[in-house]
Design a protein around this ligand. Sequence first.
Ligand code: G6P
Length: 479
Amino acid sequence: MAATHGAEVLVASNRGPVSYEVLPDGSLNARRGGGGLVSGLSAIGPDAGAVWVCAALSEADREAVRRTARAGRLPAEVTGGQQVRMLDIDAGVFSDAYNGISNSVLWFVHHMLYQTPLEPVFDAEFRRQWASYVTYNRAFAEALAEEAAEGAAVVVQDYHLTLVPGMLRELRPDVRIGHFSHTPWAPVEYFRMLPDDIAEQVLRGMLGADRLGFLTRRWADAFTACCEELVGGLGTTRCGVHALGADGAFLRERAQSFDVKERMLALREEIGTAPDGGARRTIVRVDRTELSKNIVRGLLAYRQLLADRPEWRERVVHVAFAYPSRQDLAVYREYTAEVQRLAQEINAEYGTPAWRPVVLHVKDDFARSLAAYRIADVALVNPIRDGMNLVAKEIPVVSDSGCALVLSREAGAYAELKDDALVVNPYDVIGTARALHEALSMAGAERAERTKRLAAAATALPPARWFVEQLEELQALSR
Ligand code: G6P
């Protein structure tokens, strides 16, 4: 089955580097995909000769594959020369696998987001969706088997594709298979919430890989514990940690562009000046609107700060960018609405004609995110649980004059940034309010010093090296 002219290096992920939209005149417009995984993998670049296999995520994507793909590949002018094979998977199967199993079950398990009344019910509907997840994983495994050269290295990404390593191993025993998780891994007591046979399929699917990668030791250990408890251990599969860092060179250059400067001016205008005429302090957060990001408790902590520390009223603004994500799922839509409602409530409670305490934006705008990063006095990164959190790493890199980082101990980034961050328990709103006060009060010189050290730690493993490191480890294994 080995293809004679196959690729030596392959990447597989649900979301690819481009996504399409249909314009009013019926033509297709391609855009760069978002999220931590795409930022990490985009650094591979077209020169590596790698083939990137991804799924069509929308009707526009599927239409683009039908209209423009040749031999399954998207046109090079759209992908910047990268070889991208986008799989046109049946819309219903895709939705079950992505919205159902991946984002409503596996995402919730690894981020420990289930809580009353949002508890899982593994019923016949779940089993039907699981069958789609299997079909969707098989589509990836078959495409990879077709594309891979003899002995090729294949790096499979994330919780959408846990079954691919095992399936690909059966189709192509000759290839070296890696799998990388961009999420946390659940503790065994929580992971066991999945039906036994499903938990086992997930673990055995991943153990089809030669090597597994995680963002921190903590997640790798949790995975190992699950394997020991549920399937008798890791077997011959190796496990490694690769702490994806920020792309310092790219961010610093991009942050100097004209569009970022324009947005800084607009943001300063929105933030306004303190009653004494000085600049207002800013607490910045930038997230996908996602339950694990804990945006609501962040707003509650800010409200607590305004209640406990009246001296900050009119002198601080909370700039919160909460970009829509996974809007096909009702819980995400409801969460977005709750964030908006709470921001309005705080503005109504404390705002004055001259001061809007919360500036909330929900329309995704990368240049505006960078503008906020540059002017932030305080960065608030308080997820309930997060594989890494690249925002915590990006802000110190582009900050103009130093930024104090309030960081959840449950973010993967905590392992590398804890020494110079103000660390919080994400559930503790009072503690978070106290940390915000401390961050706002930090002397400029100390803030600048800490920011320098945070930026160095944050860029220790930039995306291109993160990828090459894994690839080399994989290629060094014998098959
Ligand atoms: C998480 C996942 C990534 C994904 C990102 C965006 O970070 O680990 O794999 O790229 O979320 O999620 P989405 O569902 O929009 O692709």
